[in-house]
Design a protein around this ligand. Sequence first.
Ligand SMILES: CC/C=C\C/C=C\C/C=C\C/C=C/C(=O)SCCNC(=O)CCNC(=O)[C@H](O)C(C)(C)COP(=O)(O)OP(=O)(O)OC[C@H]1O[C@@H](n2cnc3c(N)ncnc32)[C@H](O)[C@@H]1OP(=O)(O)O
Length: 279
Amino acid sequence: MASRMFIRSKSIAFNTLRTYSSSTKLVDVSINDKTGIATVTMQRPPVNSLNLELLTELNGALQDLGSKKIKGAILTSSLKTIFSAGLDILEMYKPKPERASAFWTSLQDTWLTLYSTPYPTVAAINGHSPAGGCLLSLACEYRIMVNNYTIGLNETKLGIVAPFWFVASMKNVISHRESELALTSGRLYKTDEALKVGLIDETAENKDDALAKAEKFFARFDAVNPIARLLTKQELRGETIKELEDRKQEDLDRFVGFLMLPAVQKGLDVYLQALKKKQ
Ligand SMILES: CC/C=C\C/C=C\C/C=C\C/C=C/C(=O)SCCNC(=O)CCNC(=O)[C@H](O)C(C)(C)COP(=O)(O)OP(=O)(O)OC[C@H]1O[C@@H](n2cnc3c(N)ncnc32)[C@H](O)[C@@H]1OP(=O)(O)O
């Protein structure tokens, strides 16, 4: 990507641990030379809502890492209290059909990339993570969440329906029963509740603690053959990936068609007004 800036800073004393860094406006990537761990940071204030541009940059960054020799990648946020507020509602509210198509395709592609990375992935969830934010976390292999935030697929609360691959992502992590209860009611779990049902794997005191715990997770693979690890991951995730690949166009058509329904637009309008009135 033309706007991407590559910096190699081996000789800079204060930055010796970040020998590779690639930063776009919305996504920062740094690779720690000592540990081989990449940190991918979403940085779209105020809430890291996922719009076309953020998703495109995120997908590009995750794909670039596939060609590097890294031990693993951590997905996190630059914001103090929010991992990601999910899909940018403004991409769905009164959308132009071409923009809505490009937006949804970029979400499908980002999920496909993240769900199938050759390198291990951890979501360091350092803030609230509703809906699309939860989806990104679910696409990682391991989730570590800072205390006192919320996470879940709350789509029904917006009057919208989580597509089949959102549901599959959830069901591949927590039980079918718990998924049904959570998705139909649009439940957002607090960090400790998410741990109890297995939606997250560990809790953390703060972001630094989450990053340190992520490093320990990657260390589990020190004695594991990387090809065996990857083939096992593919075996476990392949069916879900194939289903979206096979039904990509159908899923896109459903999304765009769904957005054009007056009742859906009305629901989004009410939700947006409620968000604004909150202050
Ligand atoms: C059959 C099926 C076929 C097709 C399916 C069709 C449709 C399904 C499609 C998609 C699934 C959708 C997935 C999603 O991700 S929808 C988004 C869900 N997200 C949320 O519900 C989160 C909403 N936000 C919040 O709860 C809070 O903002 C949050 C807890 C994240 C942060 O709270 P805080 O108090 O720190 O900030 P706020 O003052 O609330 O927000 C600041 C600012 O940001 C705006 N905002 C917040 N979230 C979003 C968002 N997701 N998109 C756009 N804008 C957002 C908020 O309005 C404030 O704006 P302003 O007042 O102008 O400052």
